[in-house]
Design a protein. Structure first.
Ligand code: G5P
Ligand code: MG
Length: 225
């Protein structure tokens, strides 16, 4: 069945630019389902599948997973979300991935978080995550209510293996060479919206105002800025 008025968005930005943080706010305010490629990969790794081991070695070295592997995984999940409005976080990350996504669906908008690399390096080394939900914390910016524990489940938080200074440098290089061209790809299609800044709390009201105009009112979950 064809469902009308669905809204499909992608959020892009360098590692640590705040994609996960802004995605949670978008989901809460606008009711979009959030699908993060990184969270999905980490769930596979946790399940200790053979594919998970291959993924772990790529991620721990700050390199991208091969296009065919990640595209298959994401496109299969999107098939299960056919009836929903969604927000893709971390995919596509190469032009080949963007083309494979275009082969199945046209995205309505691409939100690009443009945050300087110097800001990012500091953030990632003080990030703590709740692996199974993808909730992210930062010891300075948004600390958990009880140090070391997830606010919702009370389970222990961990640090990501790829948040070491050396791996962060590799991830930023991969972004520069492989992901930056995707911005041009979407710019040429007229769907790219860039938000520049060094603080999520200052970027967020602009993202909110932009989406409030784009997303049909009937779909908005009624959250504020
Ligand atoms: P991921 O998991 O997609 P990245 O590297 O793209 O990883 P990451 O690290 O998840 O991105 P983010 O989601 O952009 O960062 O940022 P975030 O988690 O919201 O915020 C980062 C930290 O900063 C948090 O602690 C947050 O609390 C804090 N923070 C946010 N805003 C502020 C602020 O204003 N001030 C301060 N002080 N702090 C703030 O991908 C991981 C790996 O998986 C593979 C790759 O190997 C990749 O490296 N992968 C893929 N490979 C191929 N193709 C794909 N499509 C792939 N997708 C994933
Ligand atoms: Mg993330």
């Amino acid at each position: 069945m064809l469902v009308r008025n669905l809204f499909r968005a992608v959020i892009m930005g360098p590692p640590g630019s705040g994609k996960g943080t802004v995605s949670s706010r978008i989901s809460e305010s606008f009711g979009l389902q959030h699908l993060s490629s990184g969270d999905m990969l980490r769930a596979n790794i946790k399940a200790k599948s053979e594919l998970g081991l291959l993924m772990k070695s790529c991620i721990d070295q700050g390199q991208l997973i091969p296009d065919d592997v990640i595209s298959r995984l994401i496109l299969a999940s999107l098939r299960d979300m056919e009836q929903s409005s969604w927000l893709l976080d971390g995919f596509p990350r190469t032009v080949a991935q963007a083309e494979s996504l275009d082969g199945v669906i046209t995205v309505d908008t691409v939100i690009n978080l443009d945050v300087p690399f110097e800001t990012i390096k500091e953030r990632l080394t003080s990030r703590w995550v709740h692996l199974s939900s993808g909730r992210v914390y930062n010891v300075d910016f948004n600390p958990p209510k009880i140090p070391g524990l997830d606010d919702v489940t009370g389970e222990p938080l961990t640090q990501r293996d790829d948040d070491t200074p050396e791996t962060v440098t590799c991830r930023l290089k991969a972004y520069e060479t492989q992901t930056r061209p995707v911005l041009e790809y979407y710019r040429s299609k007229g769907v790219l919206a860039t938000f520049t800044g060094t603080e999520t709390n200052k970027i967020w009201p602009h993202v909110h105002a932009f989406l409030a105009k784009k997303i049909p009112r009937t779909q908005q979950a009624g959250g504020g800025v």
